[in-house]
Write a protein that binds this ligand. Structure first.
Ligand SMILES: Cc1cc2nc3c(=O)[nH]c(=O)nc-3n(C[C@H](O)[C@H](O)[C@H](O)COP(=O)(O)OP(=O)(O)OC[C@H]3O[C@@H](n4cnc5c(N)ncnc54)[C@H](O)[C@@H]3O)c2cc1C
Length: 560
């Protein structure tokens, strides 16, 4: 058995920032990642990172925009802390070597983003995530003698005994060996779970493993029914066309040539929050004003070649290679795709979960600062602000801990046993087929617009798939880079989370942020101004609710 003081699972921005904080606190740190750190989905982030810097903008406006964007479900104390940390965080990343784009006067360039009262999204062309990830990786690299990297290792289980974390069980993809890694503190920073949906902007690796492991270990999941659809993805592939494209002046049109956002958000048009713009596109297409094939157009042509090719280089490449159009001369076809999970492992602002010694940060976590709808540019910031907090808290917990955590052989076997059974089956379910059915079910029954009848059908179908998963079969029995095995495990995690999403969505009889019930079209503050908490039980998720934290902003109707 291996042993460390702090184990961070995930090496995206949140995991690396947590690891850096724990290393700087002098702890013996391990980072476990199923991907090479620079392959993490953080590296796909395009548009930018928010911070109110400069004299014209203010932290208070950033706080207000985030509270309003969350449709008043975000915890205001956490949001205040988050927005105050934004400026110092971006400056720190700049000092770590991030090559941000510049204004002509040399200051950090900023672009407008949806739902923001001021252009406060700082960027590195349309490759902001990669620029940040490379900078933090270099920084962490200088500390490499003080941390251990388990690269291409997959977390399968968080071990909890007597209410306290003992460590994790993971396997090495290169050898297939399962091992326990004991630690008093574990930070889960395993990122998104968008692959639960058929059409998503998320990478193939975004399968919610850490969220499922926390849930199985008894931690509470929070607000899982809030699923963000990004308005502008390429219709077939789901490849993202950054909000920065509208920030730079891009406009949406329907097949009648109308700038339809005027009907949905008369004041800010194309730069309304994502839930509003996604519903607008879906409505235009559903009511027959889309283009054949079912999409809207995003026009950039009027911006001119120079601006498009310098500020939106990747968008040019994606449009040319994956949609066969040139955005300099033609509109880009777009339709909403799953993009972000507002929900996740419930934490407070220090990253602590409901289980002693277990911390979470980044997209896998729910603090909650995004509430019912996340603003673009706030997620990269979240990974860094709360990744650091989780790293600090995990380090402190490990330093204080007086018990010696243990991973028993039985703990490792509890992960390995079911896999042996999956491999021994002569006949059984194909994980890829189960995944495709799950994705289609979630897309159809738990999508942008939701109704009671659809959600009930969604619950029925997801539960039937979970039952079939009991009989899943791994055909490939090799131990070296067995992708059939990782696929089977990932589908199991996603099915578990799909059930929590649909059960939470069925229970919430109101419309708020990204959760839009056509049978309950209004926000219902009297009954639903509360977070959903889900605990795992043999009968499925058990729901309870917790209050939203307020500081200064009274709930108002949200108009853009
Ligand atoms: C296409 C795209 C564009 C985006 N653009 C923006 C933007 O411009 N601005 C913004 O604010 N936000 C943006 N977002 C959202 C933001 O990028 C993500 O929410 C954020 O980067 C997630 O960071 P993370 O560290 O939580 O997870 P990730 O960066 O996804 O890292 C997850 C890590 O967990 C590891 N992992 C996962 N499962 C396991 C397992 N079982 N075992 C071991 N390791 C595991 C992975 O190897 C990886 O290292 C975008 C998202 C996408 C998909």
């Amino acid at each position: 058995m291996r042993r460390h003081e702090v184990v961070v699972v995930g090496a995206g921005l949140a995991g690396q920032r947590a690891a850096l904080a724990a290393v700087e606190a002098g702890r013996d740190v391990a980072v476990v990642s199923k991907l090479h750190p620079l392959r993490s989905h953080s590296g796909a982030a395009q548009g930018g990172i928010n911070a109110a810097v400069g004299a014209e903008d203010s932290v208070d406006t950033h706080i207000y925009d985030t509270v309003k964007g969350s449709d008043y479900l975000g915890d205001q104390d956490a949001i205040e802390f988050f927005c105050r940390e934004a400026g110092p965080t971006v400056v720190e990343m700049e000092h770590f070597g991030t090559i941000f784009s510049r204004s002509p006067d040399g200051s950090l360039a900023r672009r407008p983003f949806g739902g923001a009262g001021f252009p406060r999204t700082i960027y590195a062309a349309d490759r902001t995530g990669l620029a940040l990830l490379q900078a933090i990786w270099e920084r962490l690299g200088t500390e490499s003698s003080r941390f251990t990297l388990y690269q291409e290792w997959d977390l399968t289980r968080v071990v909890v005994r007597d209410g306290a974390v003992q460590g994790i069980v993971a396997f090495d993809r290169a050898t297939g060996a399962f091992e326990g890694i004991a630690a008093p503190s574990v930070v889960l920073a395993t990122g998104p779970s968008g692959r639960i949906y058929a059409r998503t902007t998320n990478a193939h690796s975004c399968t919610g493993d850490g969220v499922a492991a926390a849930y199985e270990a008894g931690a509470l999941l929070k607000d899982m029914e809030f699923v963000q659809f990004h308005p502008t993805a390429l219709p077939d592939s789901g490849i993202l066309i950054t909000e920065g494209a509208r920030g730079e002046g891009g406009i949406l049109k329907n097949s009648l040539g109308e700038r339809f956002m005027a009907r949905y958000a008369p004041h800010v048009l194309d730069l309304a929050s994502r839930d509003v713009v996604s519903r607008a596109i879906a409505t235009e297409v559903a009511e027959g004003r889309g283009f054949p094939g079912g999409f809207a157009h995003l026009e950039l042509m009027h911006l001119g070649r120079e601006k498009i090719e310098s500020r939106l280089q990747e968008i040019c490449d994606f449009s040319r290679h994956f949609a066969g159009i040139d955005p300099v001369t033609e509109p880009i076809p777009v339709y909403p795709a799953q993009h972000y999970m507002m929900g996740g492992i419930g934490t407070n602002a220090t990253g602590a979960t409901s289980v002693r010694g277990l911390f979470a940060a980044g997209e896998a976590a729910c603090v909650s600062i995004h509430g019912a709808n996340r603003l673009g540019g706030n997620s990269l910031l979240e990974t860094l602000v709360f990744g650091k907090q989780a790293g600090i808290a995990a380090a402190e917990h490990a330093a204080r801990s007086s018990t010696r955590p243990e991973i028993a052989a039985a703990d490792v076997d509890a992960s390995q046993g079911p896999i042996r059974a999956m491999m021994a089956r002569k006949d059984g379910e194909d994980p890829a087929a189960l995944r495709a059915e799950m994705q289609a079910t979630m897309e159809r029954y738990v999508g942008i617009y939701r109704t009671e009848a659809d959600l009930l059908e969604g619950i029925r179908r997801v539960r039937a798939l979970r039952q079939r998963y009991e009989n899943v079969r791994i055909v490939d029995r090799s131990s070296v880079y067995n992708l059939n095995l990782t696929d089977a495990l990932e589908v199991g995690h996603m099915l578990e989370l799909a059930e929590v999403i649909v059960v939470g969505a069925y229970a919430r009889t109101e419309s708020r942020g990204a959760h839009s019930r056509t049978d309950y079209p209004k926000r219902d503050d009297a009954h639903w101004m509360k977070h959903t908490l889900a605990r795992r039980s043999d009968r499925g998720p058990e729901l309870s609710y917790s209050p939203v934290a307020y500081t200064r902003w009274e709930p108002k109707e949200r108009v853009y």
